[in-house]
Write a new protein. Structure first.
Lengths: 117, 120
């Protein structure tokens, strides 16, 4: 079965320092993986996606993620944190379900990023 | 592109009444829409998958008679919380996937801004 594990529920960084948000996945086939960001009381915004093309994926707002099959990881990084990056981040993998005949999106438990001035 | 509009953003209702939440894909056709529920400081819990023109598929533990989903067109899905009770108070988020069957698992989800439901 497909699943994702976000290893850290909270991450705090100082403004201007690098960000690393960790995600490990398990999948019985080549996965599609996504990172989303959610600001308080808002919906989710797509940061980037991996769909078996390039293993290093660049997203919006300076974020990028690297797909490492050997480590079953898809960690999200940013070279320099900004105050506006403070939010909740979700790693997502897709799962095909025969009952609905479509793909479900399995969410990790989320990582709350705090950026200190 | 790929904008999903969700209304209302906030609603307060009395216990026993019903509330309808609308989810529209504004610039693309969404054959599949998903409804999620999110409790404070928690991840999103999938409630149901809605395919245009067919019955929704509900996740285990979600009452289909309480949470009625209608996906009558390629751009509109609605969630109606019937006979709402205080325990139904939550943040409800809809999402849609552009592209049909062919794109499958590679299509990202596009999310509405959510609806904060408070039942008094």
């Amino acid at each position: 079965a497909q699943s994702v594990t976000q290893l850290d529920s909270h991450v705090s960084v100082s403004e201007g320092t690098p960000v690393l948000l960790r995600c490990n996945y398990s999948s019985s086939y080549s996965p599609s993986l996504f990172w989303y960001v959610q600001h308080p009381n808002k919906g989710l915004q797509l940061l980037l996606k991996y769909t078996s093309a390039a293993t290093l994926v660049k997203g919006i707002n300076g974020f990028e993620a690297e797909f490492k099959k050997s480590e079953t990881s898809f960690h999200l990084t940013k070279p320099s944190a900004h105050m506006s990056d403070a939010a909740e981040y979700f790693c997502v993998v897709t799962l095909f379900t025969t009952t609905s005949g479509t793909y479900k999106y399995i969410f990790g438990t989320g990582t709350r990023l705090k950026v200190l001035a | 592109g790929a904008v999903v509009s969700q209304h209302p953003s906030r609603v307060i209702c009395k216990s026993g009444t019903s509330v309808k939440i609308e989810c529209r894909s504004l610039d693309f056709q969404a054959t599949t829409m998903f409804w999620y529920r999110q409790f404070p400081k928690q991840s999103l819990m999938l409630m149901a998958t809605s395919n245009e023109g067919s019955k929704a598929t509900y996740e285990q533990g979600v009452e289909k008679d309480k949470f009625l989903i209608n996906h009558a067109s390629l751009t509109l899905s609605t969630l109606t919380v019937t006979s709402a009770h205080p325990e139904d108070s939550s943040f409800y988020i809809c999402s849609a996937r552009d592209g049909g069957w062919v794109r499958g698992r590679n299509s990202p989800l596009h999310f509405g801004n959510g609806t904060r439901l408070t039942v008094t």
